[in-house]
Design a binder for this molecule. Sequence first.
Ligand code: IMP
Length: 195
Amino acid sequence: MDLLFATNNQHKLREIREIMGTEFNILSLKDAHVDIEIPETQETIEGNAVQKARFIYELTGLNCFADDTGLEIEALGGRPGVYSARYAGAGCSFDENIGKILLELSGNANRKARFRCVICLILNGKEQTFEGKIEGTITADRCGTDGFGYDPVFLPDGYRQTFAEMPAYLKNGISHRGRAIDKLVKWHKNSEVAE
Ligand code: IMP
């Protein structure tokens, strides 16, 4: 089944294609000839995931999904959270965002953080959301060059490598996005059986 992924983030597209396996054929916006900025103006991760999926569904009428992710740092009261993409200011780089959280956490012994991802799926006009989380800590310095976003400073609990040091299959197997997609695929399999 074709499923359009409502994102302009090529890192996410690559990860989702690696995670999804053969269950769905993931179409990019480019495959669907859609070249547009997708609004994400809500105040929650859930709200943004739903807003992005509805926007693309209303535009194309195709089965689609969107994800929204936030890095929630305990000592920062859950920030950057829904503001993770633009934490250091509009148009900022991944590295500037990392610089800002490292500065805000400097000297702080509490480095606990989690990635939280919400996926909103619109299938045959019906909406469904799925959440995936991964707990970890923020390292003192950047480690590794793979992945994207905050990966160089996120050390998942129980591992000795940051997301940016891990091979992609390992990150995808435990990540917030991997876990949310896992739930989506299981839900879809069950709903096929129920039909
Ligand atoms: P978005 O709003 O869902 O596009 O994501 C917000 C921001 O969170 C992105 O710009 C990245 O900086 C960060 N982010 C999302 N997913 C990941 C991930 O898997 N690893 C590291 N950072 C991520």
